[in-house]
Design a protein around this ligand. Structure first.
Ligand code: F6P
Length: 346
């Protein structure tokens, strides 16, 4: 334990949508900070809301025991965006000022922000305001720029793939077209990976615009080939030109109208975001957490921990903020799937 780090006060918050693995990351940061460096860990409640309202409490090493496998976040979360201006001038935005004041009053030496794109943008803006900040990327959507993978993604893909497996029984028995809508915000990562793992016949992602007629043609061709059932995996972020609330419902109606084939839709929803993290997510979150603590000790601030080619590294928050990592439509994975006959609705 170095004298330089001993007694440093590390604030930690989780913001944005919850996802499996957050508690494993908190544990990774906290145990390393406390055991290796003699730091203190200050848990901030409910994302940036806790910094604005000064709601926090110290987390001891004992508090971090037994949370590795827990879903959600022990700190609570919110979608509070303190820099959102709502038409106000920069000088009138009070929340960042409060956060700075409270950071000082809590005597923090650093603030660890665990979150997705919105959170990491706020983390960057706070670092520009002079706070010592470290970002840790988490989201089931896997859409954070600068890292190959975010924790939460593997668990979500596992759940979505299992759901697709289960839809196969009804699809097969009833000879139906089963349409499943998965999350992913504006990116298609969950749909692509769960679609591959679950053997989706059609996979629709926002990065590859689809044509309804192509989907209808493809499904009818399958019927001609003595494959009377199909699984269609759709990302929530694809175009929904209809009045239906979900794009799965829209496509279900359209496919029936165009083909006469019996269709059913499933919107997986929050099931894919909850519950215990997969072993892979536990490992990744632990790696991110421990790396973040080491970066704090080295005073390597204004950065996000990241994974590139399975090596832990870091990227500047400045480079991450405001970007989204989308699926590349020319990714070899997509080409291989096309070669195997999977339809992307094109
Ligand atoms: O970012 C994670 C995510 O689950 C997205 O996949 C989804 O679009 C969104 O959050 C849902 O947000 P909320 O929890 O605010 O309904």
């Amino acid at each position: 334990m170095s004298r330089k780090t001993n007694g440093m006060r590390i604030g930690i918050l989780t913001a944005g949508g919850d996802c499996p693995g957050i508690n494993a990351a908190i544990r990774g940061v906290g145990k390393t900070a406390i055991i290796k460096y003699g730091m203190k860990l200050i848990g901030i409640s409910d994302g940036f809301t806790g910094m604005i309202n000064k709601e926090y409490s110290e987390l001891t090493e004992r508090d971090l025991s037994g949370i590795l496998t827990l879903g959600g976040t022990i700190l609570g979360t919110s979608r509070e965006k303190p820099f959102k201006n709502n038409g106000k001038k920069k000088s009138e935005i009070k929340k960042p000022v409060l956060i700075k004041e409270h950071y000082e009053q809590m005597e923090l030496d650093c603030l660890v922000c665990i979150g997705g794109n919105g959170t990491l943008k706020t983390a960057h803006l706070l670092s520009q305001e002079g706070l010592n900040v470290i970002g840790i990327p988490k989201t089931i959507d896997n859409d954070v720029w600068g890292t190959d993978i975010t924790f939460g993604f593997d668990s979500a893909v596992n759940i979505a793939a299992e759901a697709i497996d289960r839809l196969h029984s009804t699809a097969n028995s009833h000879k139906r077209i089963m349409i499943i809508e998965v999350m992913g915000h504006n990116a298609g990562w969950i749909a692509l990976y769960s679609g591959i793992a679950g053997g989706g016949d059609v996979i629709l992602i926002p990065e590859i615009p689809y044509k309804e007629e192509k989907i209808a043609e493809y499904l009818l061709h399958r019927v001609e080939e003595n494959k009377p059932y199909s699984i269609v995996v759709v990302a929530e972020g694809i175009r929904n030109p209809g009045k239906e609330k979900s794009v799965a419902q829209y496509l279900s109606n359209r496919i029936f109208e165009m083909t006469g084939l019996e269709t059913r839709e499933t919107v997986l929803g929050y099931i894919q975001r909850g519950g215990t993290p997969s072993p892979m997510d536990r490992v990744l979150a632990t790696r991110y957490g421990t790396a973040a603590a080491d970066m704090i000790a080295a005073k390597d601030f204004s950065k996000m921990v990241a994974l590139k080619k399975n090596e832990i590294t870091s990227v500047r928050l400045e480079d991450v903020a405001g970007k989204i990592k989308m699926v590349d439509p020319d990714d070899p994975l997509i080409i291989h799937l096309k070669n195997m006959g999977t339809s992307f609705g094109t």
